[in-house]
Design a protein around this ligand. Structure first.
Ligand code: FMN
Length: 216
């Protein structure tokens, strides 16, 4: 598979089949992704994978927190305000989702809460003293993971909801207190029957997103 094909195929999967992902396949995905560049080759990422009963326990603890009304407290706080253009694109995402998935779009929140029924989640962490410079590197490795997954017929979704309760993750996965949890990537096999997966998000036109000067 060529890279542009993988870039086109990758999209966020919001409903997975229960089929497990085997350990060797997961390690092959993560091993390939470790080629990702980072500032001064700092490789600031710490990757924690949960599957099987461990992931079920994490999900139970999240659901319990939600039931009790515990507010999510991600280590990277949610921005309070967004510029109008970004807000408009968020609105577009939800209206597009409703159009493509119909009634299934209403399951968006519940699927997030249930980790999209994924058989495994990769959590990306970094030392708490690090800054946005390293968040950039974690973003880069996230895309590498997702593309390496595509090559192996796996689907993914990067989701901040997966790191809404970092204390639960630290407890269940034995993650030291000095690590922030930045993002979760759910990974598994796409449930092609689920209508929420009908949705394909759009992109800004090239001419709007890119400005070039001095090139013919
Ligand atoms: C950093 C990050 C966090 C995200 N968090 C969530 C999330 O919590 N829940 C969710 O359903 N999708 C989440 N997404 C998926 C985006 O909504 C999705 O990438 C975007 O709409 C583009 O669609 P595509 O991934 O299908 O191309 C997240 C994506 C990124 C990159």
């Amino acid at each position: 598979m060529i890279v542009s094909e993988a870039l086109q195929i990758r999209r966020s999967c919001r409903a997975f089949k229960p089929d497990p992902v085997d350990r060797d396949t997961l390690l092959a995905v993560l091993g390939a992704a470790l080629c990702t560049p980072s500032w001064a080759n700092s490789q600031p990422w710490e990757l924690f994978v949960a599957g099987g009963d461990v992931l079920k326990e994490i999900n139970q603890a999240y659901l319990e927190n939600q039931r009790k009304g515990v507010q999510p407290s991600p280590d990277l706080p949610r921005p309070k305000n967004w510029p109008a253009s970004i807000n408009a694109r968020r609105q577009e995402l939800f209206s597009g989702l409703s159009l493509a998935a119909g009634e299934a779009a209403k399951q968006f929140g519940e699927l997030n809460q249930k980790f999209f029924h994924a058989p495994a989640v990769i959590y990306l962490g970094m030392d708490k003293s690090l800054t946005t410079w390293s968040v950039f590197d974690l973003g880069a490795i996230s895309q590498s993971i997702m593309l390496a997954a595509v090559e192996r017929g796996l689907a993914t979704i990067p989701a901040v909801t997966l790191v809404h309760y970092p204390e639960v993750l630290r407890g269940k996965l034995g993650i030291p207190d000095n690590f922030s949890l930045v993002l979760g990537i759910a990974i598994g096999y796409e449930d092609k029957e689920h209508l929420i997966n009908n949705f394909k998000s759009t992109r800004r036109p090239l001419a709007e997103a890119v400005s070039i000067k001095g090139l013919e």
